[in-house]
Design a protein around this ligand. Structure first.
Ligand SMILES: Cc1cc2nc3c(=O)[nH]c(=O)nc-3n(C[C@H](O)[C@H](O)[C@H](O)COP(=O)(O)OP(=O)(O)OC[C@H]3O[C@@H](n4cnc5c(N)ncnc54)[C@H](O)[C@@H]3O)c2cc1C
Length: 377
């Protein structure tokens, strides 16, 4: 069987390796090198999968696919081609080399060994008439099967007349109404962030990074996925600076600090959090930093505890750079094999399918798992 794979990203390359065991495979690569996006994943380390959390990581239930291939299959796929991996304390799986380049190198070797042809040209057009005619600027080639692995680019979907949910950015920094310039560059670890949209709320633990006009970091990226899915960026995020403490515990801790030898409120806050956060808290509450500590009343202590546990941010938009896009071909239009129900031998894998996950290796996991399924004999 002659198979064309359109796109040489994470899903296209893995589909190429899987398909090559039983087919004659050509991968079309629009870039000058394969796997370019893989290189920037996980800050250049490539967080390829995760050992847990799959049940709640995606925009929809993909358990029937996860039952066929799990994170263990992803690890053993890469192990079989020579990639050693390690797991961090939060369950994220990375190459042992901590270099995304190793992932691309291993896939490149596997494709070479399997004699997969790589055509470094963008697919301009594609015609489905029983078989498939794949058209680039310099060639027209016929294939029996096509796997579309084009990420969030919709041109090929339009050419094929395939319906899809419009792509919207996901996993990105969020802009806030509150001015965060004074906090810009500050990284908070072991905090939690809770997104509230109407009746629903979603909490993420880990890292929050302040930008000049908003919030970033893994927690915020993951929360942005929920906003992206509803394509509405008006919401509230509450940061809990001390998620292991209850409000009562924080009140108690602050009350105990009153017994220490502080002259004013600024001194009282010193040693609690980063100076920038201390100042931000006092500014939010409109408290004078020079206020003598013996003037601090119980309700002011309570307000400090409240903001420490629930620092509010109004979300008003998002930053341009995003890691994935939500949207794509609906799973309901695809068979369990990821073959398009309306066109025989046409398959969709990776981000082009309307499956998107939060941070933690879940998007690459979907790219790999869907590729393994579509590349089966
Ligand atoms: C900065 C960043 C960091 C990330 N970090 C992680 C991470 O650590 N873990 C994780 O799980 N996910 C991460 N992601 C998300 C992850 O990269 C994507 O989920 C994944 O790359 C999707 O793979 P894909 O093959 O579906 O699409 P892509 O990787 O986007 O590949 C699609 C390919 O198709 C090509 N193409 C499109 N149209 C055509 C055409 N007409 N002809 C030929 N080729 C075409 C494109 O040029 C592209 O090379 C990150 C993303 C970014 C941007």
């Amino acid at each position: 069987m002659k198979v064309a794979i359109i796109g040489a990203g994470a899903s296209g390359l893995v589909a190429g390796v899987c398909e090559s065991s039983h087919s004659d495979v050509t991968i079309y690569c629009a870039d000058d090198k394969i796997g370019k996006k893989i290189l920037v994943t996980g800050n250049g380390r490539c967080n390829l999968t995760n050992v847990s959390g799959f049940e709640s990581a995606y925009n929809q239930d993909i358990s029937k696919f996860l039952e066929r291939y799990s994170y263990l299959d992803i690890i053993s796929f890469f192990n079989n081609y020579g990639l050693e991996v390690h797991v961090d304390e939060e369950g994220r799986v990375y190459p042992l080399s901590n270099s995304a380049q190793s992932v691309v190198d291993v896939l490149e070797n596997a494709l070479k060994k399997a004699n997969v042809k790589i055509v470094y040209e963008k697919v301009e057009d594609i015609k489905a008439n029983g078989d498939f005619e794949v058209v680039t600027k310099t060639s027209v080639e016929k294939f029996d099967k096509v796997i579309v692995a084009t990420g969030s680019e919709h041109e090929i979907l339009d050419k094929l007349g395939v319906k899809y949910k419009p792509f919207t950015p996901s996993l990105m920094a969020l802009k806030t109404k509150q001015k965060t310039l004074s906090l810009s560059g500050l990284r908070l670890s072991e905090v939690s962030a809770t997104l509230v949209i109407g009746e629903k709320s979603y909490t993420q633990y880990g890292e929050v990074l302040f930008k000049d006009k908003g919030l970033s970091g893994i927690c915020i990226f993951s929360l942005s996925a929920y906003l992206s899915r509803i394509n509405n960026f008006n919401a509230k995020i509450y940061i809990d600076l001390l998620p292991k403490f209850s409000v009562e515990n924080v009140v108690k801790m602050l009350s105990n600090r009153l017994k220490l030898n502080f002259d004013n409120l600024s001194e009282f806050m010193t040693g609690l959090f980063h100076k920038k956060i201390n100042n931000y808290i006092l500014k939010c509450l409109n408290y004078d930093t020079t206020m003598p500590i013996n003037k601090l009343e119980q309700n002011e202590i309570n307000n400090l505890a409240k903001i420490i546990k629930n620092m509010p941010f109004d979300i008003v938009g998002y930053y341009e750079n995003n890691q994935v896009k939500s949207g794509g071909v609906a799973l309901s239009d695809l068979k369990g094999s990821l073959e398009y129900k309306k066109i025989k031998n046409l398959y969709f894998v990776g981000e082009v399918v309307d499956v998107d996950g939060i941070c933690g290796g879940y998007n690459l996991s979907w790219a790999f798992i869907s590729a393994m399924i579509a590349g089966e004999k």
